[in-house]
Structures are given as structure tokens and as C-alpha cells.
Write a protein that binds this ligand. Structure first.
Ligand code: F6R
Ligand code: ZN
Length: 187
């Protein structure tokens, strides 16, 4: 691929568009197999319309060494057996830092290094920093779409198997009584 030339991205914080835009990824419930605690509730949601859980719109910057790709993720509000809708979550095989910037809605950034789990509350204007070696998952804990911008090194790569194998340390649930966020040990 030819080198990327300098360019500006017009960044619509309200509708979370990137212009120019690269690839658009759509993750439906069926793409999230093995991630929610209640596998039966997950299967019912897949059978019942297989809703879109999140989309990822990328800038045209490719995921190759030395480049700095960006993307905007939009997670729809929703619950699967009390567990807030979320991204698959991943590790970067070549551990490097990444930043997220909250754009709209209310979410959380769940970080897990294999031993310790951390939760960063995310709302518009908040920058969440993901240190090298921490697996990360985003969660919509609100009633409207949660949107954030991610900026990450192009050589980082994405390992989704790690999360299936090790979990994320915590799960984000809506408490049945209060409706508040409840972070519970992974199980
Ligand atoms: C890139 C990054 C985000 C996520 C996106 C979707 O390194 O962390 O752009 O890729 O939020 O989440 P996953 O990739 O876990 O499905
Ligand atoms: Zn990442």
C-alpha cells in the first residue's frame, strides 16, 4: 500500500461520523458467542432478531506498523439477562498503549491484565488510557447509544481468543433493585 498522505478528519461528535471514512464493522448478537454469562439468554436474543450490538467506523488509516489508526465505536443500549451490552474485548498481541475519548452517552472501559481488573467511567470528554498489556472491553451502561473514539498503534493487532480464555475479571450488570451499575466477579 502507498504511504498515507497528511489529511484532516472531520469529526462529528453528535452523530459520530468520520469523514473520510474507511471500513465499517457491524457486530450483531450472534458475533458475541461465549461472552455473556447467560448463554441461554444470548441464544434467545440471537433467535429473536439477532440485534446489532455495536458498530465500528474506521478512518482510512490502515492497521500497519507506524500508522496510527482511529475508529469510532457505537454500542447500542441493551441488556442480556441483566448484563449490559458490550464489545467483544481484546488484547493487543504486540502490547502498546491506546486511548479512548468518550463522545456520547454513558459507558465504561473495563481493563484486565490477567490478575487485576479496573473500571473507568466513560462519558463525553473523558479520555480513558489503556496501558500496554491490559485487555479491554467497552460497555454501554446508559439508555442511549454510547460512542467513543479509539486511537491505537497500527502494529498492535487484535487477539479476541485471549478474552474467551481468560475472561475480563468483572462483569457489568444492572442491579435488579436499584437499576444501578453492579460490577460482579467474572463467572
Ligand atoms: C482498537 C479498539 C477499538 C475496538 C472497538 C470494538 O484497538 O480497542 O477500536 O476494536 O471498540 O471492540 P472489539 O474490537 O473488542 O470488538
Ligand atoms: Zn484495542
Amino acid at each position: 500500500t502507498p504511504p498515507i498522505q497528511p489529511f484532516a478528519i472531520t469529526f462529528g461528535a453528535d452523530n459520530a461520523t468520520l469523514e473520510p471514512q474507511g471500513q465499517v464493522l457491524t457486530r450483531r448478537m450472534s458475533d458475541l458467542e461465549g461472552l455473556f454469562a447467560d448463554a441461554d439468554a444470548w441464544a434467545r436474543a440471537v433467535a429473536d432478531g439477532d440485534p446489532v450490538v455495536y458498530t465500528v467506523v474506521s478512518s482510512p488509516v490502515p492497521e500497519v506498523p507506524r500508522e496510527l489508526p482511529q475508529s469510532i465505536t457505537t454500542i447500542q443500549p441493551g441488556l442480556t439477562a441483566g448484563e449490559f451490552w458490550m464489545t467483544k474485548g481484546h488484547q493487543h498481541p504486540d502490547p502498546q498503549g491506546e486511548i479512548y475519548l468518550g463522545l456520547a452517552g454513558h459507558g465504561g472501559l473495563l481493563l484486565f491484565d490477567g490478575e487485576r481488573a479496573e473500571w473507568l467511567d466513560m462519558s463525553p470528554g473523558v479520555i480513558g488510557y489503556i496501558p500496554p498489556g491490559w485487555a479491554h472491553r467497552s460497555v454501554n451502561v446508559g439508555d442511549e447509544p454510547y460512542k467513543f473514539l479509539a486511537v491505537y498503534p497500527g502494529s498492535a493487532g487484535h487477539d479476541y481468543g485471549w478474552v474467551l480464555e481468560h475472561g475480563m475479571g468483572l462483569r457489568a450488570r444492572r442491579a435488579a433493585d436499584s437499576g444501578d451499575l453492579d460490577l460482579v466477579p467474572f463467572g
